[in-house]
Ligand binder design. Structure first.
Ligand code: TXA
Ligand code: MG
Length: 323
């Protein structure tokens, strides 16, 4: 496996060749790093599952370079979904739509729906565009972490997660730190009304504004969600350290809170974001730092309010619930 630190046009062409050959390319998106493979190549997709240690049957998001390619993968697209795509793509939003024949069972986990996203990171877009120019149709990419672990937001975090599980010809493209820091908002667009399956940086308020409706947030009622989403499992987004969202610290515990909250005596501050947006951006690296320092416990003061705080609280409650 090689890490490509300078993503020039030539480097993007080389990475495209890697994908076309059926090997894996981890690449930056604005949310988190993805582990990419040709979404039409069954063997390459099998390698993603193996590298992540992800149980088969968990569907993958297909990444495309523009809304123009959406109907290759999805059919019966409701007007509201077109509206969302036009408003928020390229960007941190995944739409779940009825699939075309192109979206095979090995992508959708045998469901009749497929998840599609147009990311906004320049490196991701360049790679997707070049891949499509070379005849490719889409790049499947789950977050580039081992199953159940924290998503990587830097190339070196991908390296730490997956170095032992990637092969000689695979690549990691380094595009710096991810701006958003938490995974895309997933919106179920298979019903008359959209609903949010996983909150993210495209917030409920933004969706309501775009569509002039009041959208459902379905994530917390996992038993009522028919569609399989790995994020609904318990052991997700978890560092090795035990995460606490309440209680008090003792000496040597990690501590994460907004900058305005003082560090308790004896605790080790691993993040002090100034805003909720920055909170999302640094959270996973803070978890990684806690693990790197060998901390056994991390206390987190969750952000309050709507917007991106909803996504942060969703991930925090899952990382704490995991223990
Ligand atoms: O921000 C993101 O979405 C990142 C970047 C790399 O694009 N990707 C990502 O992929 O988070 P992953 O596989 O780690 O999480 C995607 C979630 C999973 O929980 C999966 O089950 C769900 O999306 N998903 C994918 N396709 C689906 C489908 N057809 N129906 C329901 N859920 C789906
Ligand atoms: Mg993931």
């Amino acid at each position: 496996m090689s890490i490509i630190s300078n993503c020039t046009a030539t480097a993007i062409k080389d990475a495209t060749a890697v994908l076309i050959k059926g090997d894996l390319v981890a690449f930056p998106t604005e949310t988190v790093y993805g582990l990419g493979a040709d979404a039409t190549n069954k063997d390459a997709i099998a390698r993603i599952y193996k590298a992540k240690g992800r149980p088969v049957g968990h569907p993958l998001i297909v990444h495309i370079s523009s809304i123009g390619n959406l109907d290759k993968w999805a059919r019966d697209i409701p007007d509201y979904a077109v509206n969302l795509a036009r408003t928020f793509w390229p960007g941190p939003m995944t739409l779940i739509l009825p699939r075309t024949d192109l979206a095979k069972d090995f992508i959708t986990g045998s469901q009749d729906n497929v998840g599609i996203r147009v990311p906004s990171h320049t490196v991701a877009l360049a790679l997707l565009k070049e891949f499509e120019d070379q005849g490719g149709l889409g790049v499947a990419a789950p977050s580039a972490n081992r199953f159940g672990a924290v998503s990587p937001t830097t190339a070196s975090a991908v390296d730490v997660e997956l170095a032992n599980f990637l092969s000689e010809n695979d690549q990691i493209l380094d595009g710096g730190s991810c701006l958003v820091g938490v995974e895309s908002t997933i919106i179920d667009c298979t019903q008359d009304q959209p609903s949010i399956l996983r909150p993210g940086a495209i917030t409920r308020e933004m969706i309501d504004n775009a569509l002039n409706i009041s959208i459902n947030l379905n994530t917390l009622k996992s038993e009522t969600v028919q569609i399989k989403t790995a994020g609904l499992l318990e052991s997700h987004y978890a560092p090795k350290a035990k995460v606490f969202l309440s209680g008090s610290t003792t000496i040597g515990d990690g501590f994460i809170a907004l900058n305005s909250v003082a560090t308790p005596a004896g605790a080790i501050r691993v993040a002090a974001p100034k805003t909720n947006e920055e909170y999302a951006q640094v959270l996973y690296e803070a978890f990684r730092l806690a693990d790197h320092k060998g901390l056994g416990r991390v206390f987190v003061i969750p952000p309050t309010g709507g917007g991106i705080a909803v996504a942060i609280n969703d991930r925090l409650s899952k990382s704490a619930f995991a223990k």
